[in-house]
Write a protein that binds this ligand. Structure first.
Ligand SMILES: [Zn+2]
Length: 227
C-alpha cells in the first residue's frame, strides 16, 4: 500500500510505501522519532518541539495488493509527483520602458522588462499567471494573489484530492530563491553539509523543475517568432 502522513500542525507531507500492515509501519516511524534516527528517516527528522507523532494524520492513498518492492517504489514516486501541482518561476519579458518611472523597469541584468510569474504543470500549461511588475521588483511572489491564496490554503484547489475522507493538499516547487513554505518546496542549500540523500533529493528536484525552464523558453520562442 501507499500511504500519506500529514502533520496537522505544519502541513508537512510524507508519502511512503509498505508491504507490511500500516500499523506495523507506523510503529517503525514512531520508533524513528523517539530514538532520533535521522539519517534516511524523513519522518524521524520531523522532530519539532511542539509537533509529535500524535499530530500526524495517516491516510492510505493506494492499495496495490501483493506487489513486489519495485512496483511499490514506482507507485510511491508516482504519488509524490501527483501531489506536486506545478513548478513556480518568473521570467523577464523585454519591453520598451514608459517615459514615466522608466528606471523601475530597468532589471538587474541591465535591460528594461516586466516580470512574468507563473506555475507550470507537467503538461507545460501555465496557471496562476501574474504579469506586469516592473523589472526591478524583487518580491513578485509575496505581492501576488497566488501568495495570499496559498497562505489561506486555497491554492490550486482543483488539484486537491479527497481520499478516504481526507483532504490531500498539493504543493508547488520553486528554486532556491523562493521562501520555504508548507505549500512551496525548495532544494536543500547546496553546501558541504548536505547528506547524500539530500543531494539526491536536489537532483530529482531539479529534474522535475525542468518543465518550468522549458515552458518559459517555449513562450519566449513563440514571442520572438511573432515579431
Ligand atoms: Zn509539523
Amino acid at each position: 500500500m501507499i500511504y500519506l502522513i500529514q502533520c496537522t500542525k505544519c502541513g508537512m507531507q510524507y508519502v511512503g510505501e509498505t508491504g507490511q500492515c500500516l500499523h506495523q509501519r507506523m510503529n517503525n516511524h514512531r520508533a524513528d522519532v523517539t530514538s532520533k534516527q535521522l539519517e534516511g528517516k524523513p519522518v524521524g527528522r520531523h522532530d519539532k518541539p511542539q509537533h509529535s507523532v500524535e499530530d500526524m494524520k495517516v491516510t492510505i492513498i493506494d492499495y496495490l495488493g501483493l506487489k513486489d518492492d519495485l512496483s511499490r517504489k514506482c507507485r510511491e514516486s508516482e504519488w509524490i509527483r501527483k501531489l506536486c501541482a506545478g513548478a513556480i518561476d518568473e521570467s523577464h519579458i523585454p519591453v520598451s520602458p514608459p517615459a514615466l518611472n522608466h528606471t523601475d523597469y530597468y532589471n538587474r541584468k541591465g535591460w528594461y522588462s516586466v516580470i512574468l510569474q507563473g506555475v507550470i504543470d507537467h503538461r507545460f500549461l501555465f496557471h496562476e499567471i501574474n504579469i506586469g511588475w516592473p523589472g526591478s521588483v524583487h518580491k513578485v511572489l509575496t505581492n501576488s494573489a497566488l501568495f495570499k491564496k496559498a497562505e489561506n490554503g486555497s491554492i490550486l484547489t482543483e488539484h486537491q484530492r479527497m481520499i478516504n475522507g481526507c483532504n490531500i493538499p498539493v504543493f508547488l516547487i520553486g528554486n532556491s530563491a523562493y521562501p520555504l513554505k508548507k505549500w512551496l518546496l525548495k532544494p536543500f542549500a547546496d553546501n558541504d553539509r548536505i547528506t547524500a540523500q539530500q543531494r539526491n533529493f536536489n537532483y530529482q528536484f531539479s529534474r522535475t523543475r525542468i518543465v518550468v525552464e522549458k515552458a518559459f523558453g517555449r513562450t519566449k520562442g513563440s514571442m520572438a517568432n511573432a515579431d
